[in-house]
Design a binder for this molecule. Sequence first.
Ligand SMILES: Nc1ncnc2c1ncn2[C@@H]1O[C@H](COP(=O)(O)OP(=O)(O)OP(=O)(O)O)[C@@H](O)[C@H]1O
Length: 478
Amino acid sequence: MSFVPTPAVVLNFWVRILGALEKKINRQSFDTWLKPTRFSHLNGRTLYVRIPSSEFQHIGDRYADLVQEAIDKLELEIDDVKFVTPQDDPSLPKTREDGGFAPVPSHSMQAPLSPRNGRLGGAPPPPAPTTEQARFDWNTASQLNARYLFDNFVIGSGNQFAHAASQAVAERPSKAYNPLFLYGGVGMGKTHLMQAIGHEVKRRNPHASISYVSGEKFTNEMINSVRYDKMTTFRDKFRTVDVLLIDDIQFLAGKERTQEEFFHTFNALHESMKQIVIASDRPPKELADFEDRLRSRFEWGLIADIQPPDLETKVAILQKKAESEQTVLPIDVALFVASNVRTNVRELEGALVRLLAWCSLHGVEITLPTAQQCLKQFIDTQVRKITIEAIQRATAEQFGMRVSELKQKNNSRSIVVPRQIAMYLAKQMTEASLPEIGRQFGGKHHTTVMHSISKIDEQRRTDKSLNSTINKLMETLN
Ligand SMILES: Nc1ncnc2c1ncn2[C@@H]1O[C@H](COP(=O)(O)OP(=O)(O)OP(=O)(O)O)[C@@H](O)[C@H]1O
């Protein structure tokens, strides 16, 4: 099929470039830095690409050559690519009446920095914060995604309750449920709902101070504050906000000092009637290596779980995502993708991005046969499920031991470490629950499994040799 330059194809320029880049860049970098980018608009021969935050601005430099190569290969009539944050993107609606969230710009739009190779540019970083308060400016915070709005969230039976609770909190912070504790599996929309609360609170009250932080960032900031004697600043920062959104709280497991600090932060906020929203991959009761006093506080307000989406919800999510890419997804294609991709919404989005890029790159329409062809490998990978037995075999082989040893009640270090690694891999690479993993390792309690997983998770960050062993095992298993 020939390539017809209709407006719909023009909108797909960036998707086409992404399609080419995906083949050249390792998966993790692509998913982290390029997948969250979106086509913004075309101004003459300048392509504007929206990036979620200023943190992404380095991609203009980092991938300059590859982007240029893709432009040349695809013969696109583009001279310049500029990366803009939602605050700097003139194509985004600026008022609620326009149908969107109205960010209060903290800095005016300026001309892009001169690019490294003269072709690619990026909007300049925001000016350095002058006051402590400026650091929490919701509109410029780097970890936020401007698309994570209630309007973009598809409601289904599995998330209806969490969605309603989040909306109630956004409408009446600290008066509806405090804290709101959201939990659910990977890629189920916890972060999306949390940030939607933030956006909505801010829309209703532009003066509200809101902080979104992951458990990991909270921990790291605390460690640095202790090291550099900045605890007063740290405390001021988290204890004076109107709404604190803390994501992936499970990261605090086993970190006594951080938990203690968070306990006091929680109390200070709760006592002064400030809203706290917590997200976790498991309910408070299953947060092992957490102090009881914290766990019980997590249960003070409302606990809402997010269950995996059913088929109809998956189809609706796909159609909504396609719509935001200015594309219409035929229903048979949506059904095919939804029924072949597992429950993780992030993977669902990944399949759609791949499909759109592929169709755009080959200049073909999105039809069922195209989808089947393009997603074959993606789906095959999912079908070829990794089992706990396979993980145990690979781990035992790697460490020159027998599988049965991994299941014994032997606590010598030479056995404990491989066992912990295998449990960690079982959690990462299969969908087995903690009790199920425990059962397959000779009847271990789920808290033991959880402890092993967080231990490896932590050590992997600092121990290079452990990290490379794990990577090697993952490669073998994949
Ligand atoms: N119901 C939904 N409607 C629309 N998009 C959704 C929905 N649920 C999830 N998503 C999308 O799926 C992706 C993953 O969601 P999100 O990051 O919020 O998951 P999470 O539960 O926080 O995952 P993790 O545990 O890995 O942090 C996001 O792009 C989000 O917008």
